[in-house]
Design a protein. Structure first.
Length: 507
């Protein structure tokens, strides 16, 4: 009996595409989780978030609005009630980031009717981004934010295609949820505003829609504001975080106070130097395709809003908008997946399918090489060795310079305090602190106030290649306020230090 062609496996059938997508997600998962227990915390924020969640689990909510992300911190309270193992927090967070990637890739695959190999190419190209892999192994709100950002894009794109009050409120719901996790969702507001003005379908003239949308957006602030008030915090604490982020009351420990810094080349340089060239190529190709269609009077107009144009607006606006502010690669967190999608979507319209897949495969291989060089080669972290030394020598009170990477490895009866100036050590000595760790993280954060301490003889010292990664320094250029070239110059100086972790006795 002949087999009907419809029964044959097809790259375009949903089940077949699903297997390709799942396989790609498993490959990305292996990269995110590989040697994760050896990595330790990637930065100060990861440790501080872990500490705040521990405080929540113990009933203290004084830091409810730490980093303006109460939703993220509260999400992990059940985990903290069961364990304080930092690796478990990292692992769960990594899986969240992979879920966000899958959520986004499945949406683009369905909307663009990608074949199975094309869906895998998109997933692998986005998932092997160096920055997304780095942030996917930390304990910050970035991973959960990608899940919510994918939900926001899906809901807003559906609203543009099928107008209706319910669709608008769903968009507001995703945006409100995102704001509970990451203040950077505020940057989505002007982009959505631009797209709404472009669409101009009259939906906003419906009676009552404005106040219902505003109520949905205000709801998290009302709920968490009340929760903060019950914890003894001012009701406006969350709003104060936004204000101090935009207009800092004083310079930070690195001396940076300004938040505006126009630099149109920072992000293109980063993308060209540390990410796949296909991301920028896809952005340019998508722009050219849209421009060509407009010249020919094609369908790329607001009333149709094809996916290519929609993602191009998001990626372009994020690149342009973030170029006005102080910079770090994480500023493009929301742009990486749209950029990967643009590379695949534009490539399939300009090149044969085999050429697109070959280019994507080569780009993914190069990304994996970068991940190995930047993230795996410096492993394992030496903080466990430092903690073991302190435990053997009976240290119960320890200071650390700027970095808190040792904190997850200390036992509960050990106290750690982070200092930003060596003049603080005299007071700590009087309080019974026994040792100070000259953590090379001070170089990463640009807090150079430890000259006298560095001239002393340490009781022990360890190498720390992880503290000398270029990406780690670039991720802190937002904190230091340094330019792209200045940041990499600081990293090269730090790389000459063979023993960045030095332990001193406080006498």
């Amino acid at each position: 009996m002949p087999i009907s062609p419809a029964r044959l496996p097809s790259h375009s059938q949903p089940a077949f595409r699903g297997w390709w997508l799942l396989g790609a997600l498993l490959a990305v998962s292996s990269l995110r989780l590989w040697r994760l227990p050896e990595a330790g915390p990637t930065d100060y924020d990861s440790v501080r978030n872990w500490q705040v969640v521990q405080e929540f689990a113990q009933g203290s909510y004084a830091n409810l609005f730490h980093h303006g992300s109460p939703g993220f911190l509260l999400l992990y309270v059940p985990v903290a009630a069961l364990t304080r193992d930092f690796v478990i927090f990292q692992t769960i967070n990594a899986l969240l980031g992979i879920s966000g990637l899958g959520f986004f890739a499945a949406w683009v695959t369905r909307q663009a009717r990608l074949t199975g190999p094309e869906a895998a190419a998109l997933t692998l190209l986005g998932g092997t981004s160096l920055l997304l892999t780095f942030s996917g192994r930390d304990f910050t709100m970035s991973s959960a934010s990608l899940v919510l950002f994918a939900g926001l894009l899906r809901s807003h794109y559906a609203r543009l295609q099928r107008p209706g009050p319910a669709a608008v409120l769903r968009v507001a719901g995703w945006l409100a949820a995102g704001l509970c996790f990451n203040y950077k969702f505020l940057f989505a507001l002007p982009i959505i505003g631009v797209l709404e003005l472009w669409r101009a379908d009259g939906i906003w003239r419906q009676r009552g829609l404005w106040w219902r949308t505003g109520l949905v957006l205000a709801l998290p602030y009302l709920v968490f504001g009340a929760m903060g008030a019950l914890a003894g915090l001012p009701w406006y604490r969350w709003a104060t975080f936004y204000l101090r982020t935009v207009v800092p009351a004083a310079a930070n420990a690195a001396g940076r106070q300004a938040t505006l810094h126009l630099d149109l080349l920072y992000y293109p340089r980063y993308l060209a130097g540390y990410e796949s060239p296909l991301l920028l190529a896809g952005l340019v190709a998508a722009g050219w395709l849209v421009w060509r269609s407009w010249r020919k009077g094609g369908a790329e107009r607001a009333s149709a809003m094809p996916l290519l144009l929609y993602l191009l607006v998001w990626a372009g606006c994020l690149l342009a908008g973030m170029s006005l502010l102080i910079k770090a690669p994480r500023g493009l967190l929301f742009a990486f997946l749209p950029l990967a999608a643009l590379a695949v979507l534009s490539g399939r319209r300009l090149l044969p399918g085999a050429a697109v897949l070959s280019l994507a495969l080569a780009a993914v291989a190069f990304n994996v090489f970068r991940i190995h060089r930047e993230l795996y080669v410096p492993l394992p972290t030496q903080y466990p060795q430092v903690a073991a030394w302190l435990q053997r020598h009976g240290a119960t009170r320890v200071a650390s310079t700027v970095g808190a990477g040792i904190a997850p490895y200390l036992v509960p009866n050990q106290t750690l305090v982070v200092v930003t100036d060596e003049r603080q050590l005299a007071g700590l000595r009087q309080q019974g602190y026994q040792y100070v760790l000259l953590d090379g993280y001070w170089r990463v954060a640009g807090v150079a106030r430890f000259d006298s301490l560095r001239r002393q003889q340490p009781v022990a010292a360890w190498p720390a290649p992880q503290l000398q990664q270029p990406l780690l320094f670039l991720e802190h250029s937002e904190f230091t306020g340094l330019s792209y070239e200045e940041t990499l110059a600081a990293q090269q100086t730090a790389a000459t230090d063979s023993l960045p972790l030095r332990l001193y006795r406080l006498r």
